[in-house]
Design a protein around this ligand. Structure first.
Ligand SMILES: Nc1ncnc2c1ncn2[C@@H]1O[C@H](COP(=O)(O)OP(=O)(O)O)[C@@H](O)[C@H]1O
Ligand SMILES: [Mg+2]
Length: 271
């Protein structure tokens, strides 16, 4: 429960919202290397639940690397190494004995180019559920339909569920990827420049969809489009040369940033 104290002295009966309940991802002292090349430098940030957090900053500053750390996408890149802590729930996902398949179900990822599988629309959405061992056809169908609804695709596609997903437009494919991730009931949805291959109308649909998704989980979006960050996000993280320079409410970052580098970037003087 969020209580407004507008102008009143805090009263003893009010229990403050515990930060603990509201944090989806807590990153502490995160450093990251690609071989000799350090890509992230001592990152500390708490990503809230039920909010959209945008990561902005010039090309090469480490935005994608930050996302890749949040679901260990870097595993498998030769020489890639992360140190520090990324706590999701009560677990440090950089620790040992982390089941990467489970982790990626709980922390879904949407890429710049839609990555639909060469199957039908229906099978794209049920794929992960089947891989997780769900066999009940009724349950699969219900989850599939619910995910398409949440991804604002149901009305458009309900009569085409057995068509190949590759027949869809780029924007529909991207929303299908979102439906596929939502079907796994994630805690966090990571999006790496999800609209950069889409036209303005398809982009608007994804942005509308994101606003609805934040009711259920944390959304983290990397975008090089500052207008998009300003339009959709609640929180903004500004990165520069592998460092997190500033993090705060989007409105403040865009109207009253405290760091001179953020000022230069959001006013378009650099980047
Ligand atoms: N697979 C990789 N191998 C080596 N260096 C990489 C790799 N991916 C990214 N980098 C380097 O890490 C830094 C951060 O890259 P990245 O996270 O992709 O930045 P952004 O998403 O902000 O453009 C850059 O210097 C980039 O060249
Ligand atoms: Mg990137």
């Amino acid at each position: 429960m969020r209580l407004s104290l507008s102008g009143q002295a805090p009263c003893l009966f009010i229990v403050p919202r515990t930060a603990e309940d509201d944090i989806a991802i807590r990153i502490s002292n995160l450093n990251f290397w690609y071989g000799e090349n350090k890509a992230l430098e001592d990152i500390n940030v708490e990503i809230p639940r039920k909010r959209i957090t945008a990561i902005i900053g010039p090309s090469g500053c480490g935005k994608s690397t930050m996302l890749f750390c949040m679901n260990r996408m870097f595993d498998g890149i030769a020489g890639a190494k992360a140190e520090g802590k990324i706590e999701i729930g009560s677990r440090n996902i950089l620790g040992k004995n982390i089941n990467l398949i489970d982790l990626r179900r709980k922390v879904g990822m949407i890429f710049q180019k839609p990555t639909v599988f060469p199957f039908s629309i229906r099978e794209n959405v049920t794929y992960g559920l089947k891989a997780a061992g769900i066999r009940d056809e009724d349950l699969l169908e219900r989850s599939m339909l619910a995910s398409l609804k949440k991804a604002a695709l149901h009305d458009e596609l309900k009569d085409r569920l057995d068509e190949p997903a590759e027949n869809l437009s780029g924007g529909q494919q991207q929303r299908l990827c979102i439906a596929r991730a939502i079907a796994m009931r994630p805690n966090v949805l990571l999006m790496d420049e999800p609209c950069s291959a889409l036209d303005p109308i398809a982009t608007m649909k994804i942005e509308d969809l994101m606003r609805g998704l934040r009711e259920e989980f944390a959304v983290v979006i990397v975008t090089h489009n500052m207008q998009q960050a300003a339009r959709v996000s609640d929180m903004t993280a500004f990165m520069w040369l592998g460092k997190l320079v500033e993090f705060g409410e989007t409105e403040r970052i865009f109207t009253n940033p405290s760091d001179p580098k953020t000022v230069s970037y959001v006013t378009g003087r650099v980047g």
